[in-house]
Design a protein around this ligand. Structure first.
Ligand SMILES: [Zn+2]
Length: 311
């Protein structure tokens, strides 16, 4: 597994993911190849979809699987720890943490990790959305135990080395520049900022530049200890997956994660929909401006003609 390929894929997935407040786009996609066929009858869908098994472990971590008997599988950790769980000061930490996941653990260096995944013929990736941070692997079904062990290692034993943090800080700042040149990205960030004003959902996933420049190891460790708890995590797998085996692996690798009783699991902060509107236009001053309808910073009459031109 080439690190560059991995990061490129991660960024691509991130671009799609961050468009949605909830990750419905990906979570809602049919998983099995049969379900990708166009509009099957309801009874066909029911027949073709493997049963979903869900088990909750003692510490609150949920294990979910669909066994289709394939020779490959996808297994991942879906953690309720996206940017909506951040505050103004630590906004960007969840995404920063996701970047650090592949930079080495107490057991594996970054190179060891990359070689191990590559030699398995597997694929390891991650993304951060407003709602969740997700780490997942695609592998041969026979390698499911190793894939789960690697996932457990990267979220529980990451070294979070100072040198790697500094390197990733530069990577994220460059990623931010890339995002800012993508008008579609900018529009969706403005959409959230306007629809959920003064709430966590209104903030960006990457966080402001000043946060990216100042997030430190302590912030990352605090985010893990606060949010990476059993009730916040789903270990989900599909493909050639035995549910009982997945439960055993989950107990072995994630059984020590804190449960609800061991410290408070913070509830997501309330994010009310403010329902206002932002439009971009070229006003008669000849500069790019925004009309905040609620705040009425710019008269709509002044911008009327150029709004139509924009359309
Ligand atoms: Zn990123």
């Amino acid at each position: 597994m080439a690190a560059s390929l991995q990061r490129l894929t991660s960024v691509g997935r991130y671009f799609l993911q961050r468009h949605l407040v909830k990750t419905r786009y990906f979570n809602g996609l049919p998983v099995g190849p049969r379900r990708l066929l166009a509009t099957p009858a309801p009874h066909q869908v029911t027949l073709n979809v493997p049963e979903t098994n869900v088990t909750t472990l003692e510490n609150g971590l949920r294990v979910a699987s669909e066994d289709s008997g394939l020779t490959t599988c996808t297994v991942g950790l879906w953690i309720d720890a996206g940017s909506r769980y951040e505050n103004e000061r630590n906004n960007g930490t969840a995404h920063f943490l996701e970047h650090m996941a592949f930079k080495g653990t107490r057991k594996r260096s970054q190179l060891d990790l990359e070689l191990e995944i590559e030699n398995m013929g597997a694929h390891l990736n991650a993304y951060t959305s407003r709602e969740q941070t997700v780490y997942y692997a695609k592998a041969f079904s026979k390698d499911l135990p190793r894939a789960v062990e690697v996932l457990a290692d990267i979220i529980q034993n990451s070294t979070l080395g100072e040198a790697e943090i500094e390197r990733e800080r530069g990577v994220i700042l460059r990623e931010m520049q890339e995002v800012e040149t993508n008008l579609q990205e900018v529009v969706f960030d403005h959409l959230h900022a306007t629809a959920y004003q003064s709430t966590a959902l209104g903030r960006t996933i990457l966080g402001p530049t000043e946060n990216i420049k100042t997030i430190n190891r302590g912030d990352l460790v605090e985010y893990i200890t606060t949010h990476y708890k059993g009730p916040r995590i789903v270990l989900a797998a599909a493909g050639g997956v035995c549910h009982q085996e997945l439960i055993s692996l989950a107990r072995f690798h994630f059984g020590k994660l804190p449960s609800r009783d061991q410290g408070e699991v913070p509830a997501p902060p309330p994010c009310h929909f403010t329902g206002s509107e932002v439009r971009s236009c070229l006003c008669f001053f000849g500069v790019f401006c925004y009309i905040f309808e609620i705040l009425m910073l710019c008269s709509q009459n002044n911008c009327k003609s150029t709004q139509r031109a924009d359309d």
